[in-house]
Design a protein around this ligand. Sequence first.
Ligand code: FA5
Ligand code: MG
Length: 416
Amino acid sequence: SGTSEKVDFKNQKNVVIQNQAYQTDEWTNVSPKILSYLGKNLHLKKDHPLCLIKDSIVEHFYSKYMKSTRTPLFAVFDNFSPVVSTFQNFDSMLVRKDHVSRAKSDNYYINESTLLRAHTSAHEHDLLKSGLDAFIVVGDVYRRDTIDSSHFPVFHQIEGVRLFNKKQLFAKSQDSYNELKIFEDGSLYTDKQACHTLEASKLVEMNLKQTLEDLVCDLFGKDVVYRWVDAYFPFTHPSFEMEIFFGGEWMEMLGCGILQQEILNTAGAKDSIGWAFGLGLERLAMRLFNIPDIRYFWCQEDAFLSQFRGCKNIKDINFKPMLSNQPPVVNDMSFWVPDEFCSNDFYDLVRSLDTGIIESVILKDSFVHPKTNKSSHCYSIFYRHTSRPLTKTEVNVLHNDIQTAVVTQLNVVGRW
Ligand code: FA5
Ligand code: MG
């Protein structure tokens, strides 16, 4: 059964990843299950929907944006290792030491200074430093997150960055070139950084939004329904998210904004201003092909993959979900939680035991007992396979395995 498998590296001195040994410490929380996703590189697998969509995004950028020398403007990188330093993932992107996004509960740490990248932004600093001013990075990213049809602990992002020097930014401007400036010693507003002039900031924002609108119109057609929402990222200001209407609700597709000037200055590009975006490939593919559940991307079944094979134009694909028409089996689980407990620990444990039959997990109820002051959580686990009906036995076996593991590994007290 699942519980007898090793689910963590707590008692090992080293963890070996891609032939390299890393010393473990109190930060180590990667599991063998998570490490088994490394090197799968779905975005590089011919005929895989994530690869098809990656190719068509790259093709869009290659054909639409050329240098004067008729070579593509954007350099593309799609095979950087997902093992990065905390400097690359956080510090280089101005994520402060105490920022919530660094939490052990949200990331897969190999040790205190090394983790599986949580976003492709982890490569921006190195690439900017190498002197590039327009590039795209594609790769697998890793996060401890909720369990539902649009979240998976491993997903894929495309990062885009473009810088402009004064000449490039104001090339089409009517005003006399000498009077236009990118930089000023000004104030911070909701729509610009203190060091940027309003006109420079607005031009870059317009270019960013136009670039992304052109991309989604190219992918989805002109009728696509999208909206811009204000957002916050430590590495951009102003920041935005684009949402697309899908399946009756708004789904967040990407985050973007004008790069904090400090990032460019540190990387040796202090005369330029620039934008960046990070986009979830699975989310785009779900909307484009009408894929109702993110687990499909990891499915080895021919019934899934064959629907994409030999495709010439991604617009021709009309995905037929194999999702069994049975409703999910819902089983609840309640327990008293210790003080240090966080929901992501539970989700991660569930992920590590899941045999591929869990669709979602929701925190249904939580309360504090008035007399004992103890907290109780109740989770509903929705069991449903992406393509076949489930047997009662397999659901019960997994549910029991989770109950056993949550008691032995997360120190909860079961209420069953
Ligand atoms: C980021 O990761 C930022 N690095 C994006 C960015 C880059 C902003 C550059 C500004 C400049 P966020 O955490 O929102 O932001 O993730 C970006 C996208 O990844 C989301 O919009 C969504 O499409 C996708 N995504 C996020 N979490 C998951 C998940 N668990 N499963 C699948 N897709 C996800
Ligand atoms: Mg977001």
